[in-house]
Write a protein that binds this ligand. Structure first.
Ligand code: EPU
Length: 420
């Protein structure tokens, strides 16, 4: 298994270009199912999850091709041959976002057999709201042998209220509603930029959608959608990760390919720690200034502070002056990185969904183990700031969601090496 060896202490300096958003690319790739023919998504990051989604679509009979050159990358999905609407456990267990095929398959093919994703390192993560919404639109859903068996005639519009805003749930039902008969209203919908990017793609395909980005989305179903050709938005979580990287190492970086508004909650909190965060025409400039001030955060659905940046921010708080309180409200078990950070000398106490982090003057290099994608990013950041050498094991988690992380870090002056 591959690992990263990191010698801490070098401040990140220079320019980094952010890749396309993973969590926008995945639902948009499944939206291709809603049309017959070849869709093109540009700016797609070359990540393990993107390849898994490609394999999932190819397993259904679609043709998936990924082209990656130094200055651009694109995914082509030709759904003309899609005739086997099955998502097998072997793929779904490695990537929960596989459930995003449910809505499009229900709407376009009227049947689907999709493995239930099961538990996950950050929480139970059920898909009950996805399924209840599809049932409300007229689909019949049965669970058998760990699989969701879905059958539907043409779906019909419905009023659906989400008990909590769910990102992939909103995306799944928005895609299903795009081809349903009549009007669907999604209330208490997720407002994430990735939901907006998917809605923009669907509109490009001929869908009628209003309100994406707000908590009430109205979709008037159409009879047919055409393939898309779309540029995916930049990854706001990767942006945040590099920004925290500059703050934690006392560095000074320019982050290119950013939509700064997608990053507001994190910018504000980073400024409170004493870091300088400036929007410039060239990109976002982030400069660290000595030991950070301690700052409290509470994770929330967008536009709140993203749960996907909680682990990285915790790494920063480990070396803050004073004590900070990190309240995780989105997932029930997203503190697995804390015990690994403790191995590097961090002082963290967890009680339920709240982590109390007492800043120490410096972390110390250690061997640590990544448990999920954002936890691995947190450990890499901690290692960059730590005294001495660290080895981050199970780096395959990082490869699921960060494109060429170590190359980008090397270019910023970090001492990082991938070892087998
Ligand atoms: N939930 C339910 N029932 C459902 C759906 C969700 O109870 O049917 C709960 C979840 O258990 C959780 C909360 O609702 O407590 C919100 O979860 P959500 O459904 O929004 O999460 P998701 O759609 O499965 C996406 C991202 C995650 C990100 C979350 C929250 C994708 C592919 N994944 O997951 O990204 O953490 O939204 O913002 O978009 C990551 O990239 O590292 C990652 C985990």
């Amino acid at each position: 298994m591959e690992k990263l060896r990191i010698k801490g202490g070098a401040p990140l300096k220079g320019t980094v270009t952010i890749s396309g958003s993973k969590n926008a690319s995945l639902p948009i790739m499944t939206a291709a199912i809603l049309a017959e023919g070849k869709s093109v998504l540009r700016g797609v990051p070359a990540l393990r999850d993107v390849k898994t989604m490609g394999a999932l679509l190819a397993g259904m009979g679609a043709r998936f091709a990924f082209e990656d050159s130094s200055d651009s990358s694109l995914a082509e999905i030709d759904t003309s041959g899609l005739n086997n609407p099955v998502a097998v456990y072997e793929l779904v267990k490695t990537m929960r976002a596989s459930v995003l095929v449910l809505g499009p398959l229900a709407a376009k093919h009227g049947r689907a057999k999709v493995s239930l994703p099961g538990g996950c390192a950050i929480g139970a993560r059920p898909i009950n709201m996805h399924l209840a919404g599809l049932e409300k639109m007229g689909a019949s859903v049965e669970l058998e042998g760990g699989y969701v068996l879905l059958k539907a005639k043409r779906l019909k519009g419905a009023s659906i209220y989400f008990d909590v805003p769910t990102v992939t749930g909103t995306e799944n039902l928005m895609m299903a509603a795009a081809l349903a008969k009549g009007v669907t209203v999604l209330e208490n919908a997720a407002r994430e930029p990735e939901v907006i990017d998917l809605a923009n793609t669907l509109v490009e395909m001929g869908a009628k959608i209003e309100g994406a980005g707000g908590s009430l989305i109205e979709i008037e179903g159409v009879d047919e959608l055409k393939p898309f050709s779309h540029d995916v938005i930049p990854d706001r979580i990767e942006t945040a990760t590099f920004a925290v990287g500059a703050a934690i190492t006392g560095g000074d970086i320019l982050i290119k390919n950013v939509i700064p508004e997608h990053f507001d909650a994190v910018s504000i909190k980073l400024r409170e720690t004493g870091a300088e965060v400036k929007k410039t025409p060239a990109g976002l400039k982030v400069k660290g200034r000595g030991r950070p001030e301690s700052v409290n955060i509470t994770t929330m659905p967008y536009p709140g502070f993203p749960t996907d940046v909680q682990a990285q921010f915790m790494a920063l708080m480990c070396i803050a002056m004073g004590t900070s309180r990190i309240n995780e409200t989105v997932f029930e078990n997203r503190f697995m990185h804390a015990s690994e950070l403790q191995r590097m000398g961090a002082e963290i106490e967890i009680q339920g969904g709240i982590a109390t982090v007492k800043g120490v003057p410096a972390l110390k290099g250690a061997e640590v183990m990544a448990t999920d994608l954002r936890a691995s990013a947190s450990l890499v950041l901690a290692a960059l700031a730590a005294k001495g050498e660290s080895v981050v094991h199970r780096i395959y988690h990082l490869d699921r969601g960060y494109e060429q992380m170590e190359k980008k870090l090397l270019a910023l002056g970090a001492d990082v090496q991938r070892i087998s």
